[in-house]
Design a protein. Structure first.
Length: 567
């Protein structure tokens, strides 16, 4: 890995924060790196308040959306709640359908089939509404570019309310209301809500319209926090408030379905990191292999008993997902070696037998081994479909544009995309993609970069420092758990290998010159350092400071991100 120490922020700002907050220079520097420059900024950061949530009616078309749903309620119309099959989409559908039921509205939930309908609003979904005399569709986490679908629905007497957070195209769908803070004509102050966040703003507006106190909708924040974590939107501004209070709900009174999932782990408290790596993969699994309806069912059950039953199906699907993921990853790695692609600048692999639902995960896994732009193909009817993943600083969407003569269609963004090609074009595409990547990627971008927020001595890790650092949570995109660099540390004799293949390393570190301070550490996939660590060689380490909750006991643990022998 390339080690990169972030540039120091403005020292005047750091000094000011030290003075007005009474914190040390390291804490002040971490705050300044996050764009915090004064006392008021720091107060909002450290003390997220529900009173700082924006008025939902500031969002373009919000009043129209509330008015149309009110008419639906008064006229006893049925409403179809439509959402994508990922975590953001399924939590959105669970949130909206549950709240509409609370209002007394008959709401149907609809998640498109990943394989028969694909991503986003589908004509099949609209036909379902028509056949069931449904006159209003509320679409969440999708729809901002569904011009033809909205027109089709309109011709058949079905209205649309769209709640999306993706970038709009040049034309906005002709729906009753289009809620999307990224609309150019939308003056909503915060632009980075996830789909479930936009849905929450709609139920917030409805609750205001019906004179309900905020406490009525606060229990829904567990779903919003799960979506924020899984969809990797920035945990800044309003998202920070929603995530903060959503975690409180998750840790105090989660809905039965989430509670059933949480029983699988012996954790005292859940963090955003736990949602990302423990809960989200299971929530996602149904939409990958079976159907997202299983997820919505899990998230909307009413009792703990129903939650325990629903979660068993999710567990079964997730076990299948893990098995497929592992098997396909191993086959893809073998293919790279067998086809002598190790020294290429890109990875393009294909098998007709690979499951379409996990090829995106596999692409990410391959990057863990061969750090370069990666595309994994499998059969999809008469064509080949693929998931593409990129490395930091390389725009894979632009690279695909440069190969467009070989593609049927593609879409995505800088770091992730999906594409479809004809089977006979695979080899020509592979060669063209390798050529484009080779000519445009910088050699340095083929080496993973690890950012360091600050240098730190073990003597700096005091109880007060840890108390303040904990208040930086919730961590995530836009507010990552700080990475620290400490030099010349050594193991105290505790070092041992962990993991099925001895791939991980557990240690207990002291720092030369700070012998009164000792911290346990875990280093995933760094077991190759074991011999040198065991010999008490000096190491420089990059790490995050975490709380390790195990059987109701909380200890401080350093999670080592990289380590190298001290010079």
């Amino acid at each position: 890995m390339r080690w990169y120490l972030k540039q120091d922020p403005d020292e005047n700002i750091v000094a000011h924060l030290q003075e007005v907050l009474g914190v040390n220079a390291i804490i002040a520097r971490l705050l300044a790196q996050r764009g915090i420059t004064n006392y008021e900024d720091a107060k909002k950061f450290f003390r997220p308040s529900l009173s700082d949530l924006h008025d939902p009616f500031l969002m373009a078309d919000m009043a129209k959306a509330v008015h149309r749903i009110t008419i639906a309620k008064d006229n006893r119309e049925s409403v179809l709640v439509f959402g994508d099959y990922d975590v953001d989409g399924t939590t959105s559908v669970a949130l909206m359908s549950s709240y509409l039921h609370e209002l007394g509205i008959h709401a149907h939930s609809y998640i498109p089939d990943r394989y028969n309908e694909g991503y986003g609003i589908s004509f099949q979904g609209i036909d379902y509404a028509i056949k069931n005399d449904i006159t209003l569709i509320v679409a969440l986490d999708c729809g901002i570019k569904s011009i033809e679908h909205v027109e089709y629905a309109k011709r058949h007497g079905v209205d649309f309310i769209i709640c999306d957070h993706h970038l709009p195209g040049d034309v906005i769908p002709d729906a009753i209301a289009v809620l999307d803070p990224k609309r150019l004509d939308c003056l909503y102050p915060y632009k980075e809500l996830c789909g479930c966040g936009v849905g929450f703003k709609l139920i917030q507006a409805l609750s205001i319209s019906y004179g309900q106190p905020f406490e009525t909708i606060q229990p829904y924040l567990d779903l919003v926090a799960a979506a924020i974590a899984a969809d990797v939107v920035p945990i800044t501004g309003e998202n920070r408030i929603l995530a903060h209070y959503g975690l409180q709900v998750i840790n105090s009174s989660p809905r039965p379905g989430l509670k059933a999932l949480m029983k699988l782990y012996d954790l005292a408290t859940y963090t955003m990191n736990d949602i990302v790596f423990k809960l989200a993969p299971k929530i996602n699994a149904a939409g990958r292999l079976e159907h997202g309806n299983f997820t919505v069912e899990l998230l909307t059950v009413k009792t703990d008993e129903e939650g325990d039953i629903a979660v068993q199906k999710i567990i079964s699907i997730n076990e299948e997902r893990k098995s497929l993921d592992q098997g396909i990853t191993e086959a893809a790695l073998k293919q790279i070696v067998d086809n002598k692609l190790i020294n290429a600048k890109s990875t393009v692999v294909y098998s007709s037998s690979w499951h379409k639902g996990v090829i995106g995960i596999v692409a990410s896994r391959l990057i863990d081994t061969y750090y370069r732009p990666t595309i994994v193909f499998t059969d999809s009817g008469e064509y080949l479909a693929a998931s593409a993943r990129s490395v930091k600083n390389f725009d894979i969407y632009q690279a695909l544009e440069a190969c467009s003569e070989h593609l049927i269609q593609f879409g995505g963004h800088m770091y992730a995309a999906g594409l479809t090609i004809k089977k006979e074009n695979l080899e020509a595409f592979r060669q063209k993609f390798e050529e484009v990547v080779s000519n445009t990627i910088r050699e340095s971008d083929l080496i993973p970069e690890i950012e360091i927020d600050s240098k730190l001595n073990f003597t700096d890790i005091t109880d007060q420092f840890l108390r303040i650092l904990k208040q930086f949570e919730p961590f995530g995109a836009g507010n990552p758990n700080p990475s620290f660099l400490t030099s010349k540390v050594f193991d105290t004799g505790y070092a041992k290998l962990a993991g099925a293949k001895g791939e991980h390393l557990k240690m207990s570190f002291k720092q030369r010159g700070a012998l009164g301070f000792k911290f346990s550490a875990i280093a995933f996939n760094l077991g190759s350092h074991y011999d040198n660590v065991k010999e008490k060689e000096l190491f420089d380490i990059i790490y995050a400071i975490e709380e390790n909750n195990w059987r109701n006991k909380t200890t401080i643990q350093l999670q080592i991100k990289d380590m190298q022998m001290s010079k």
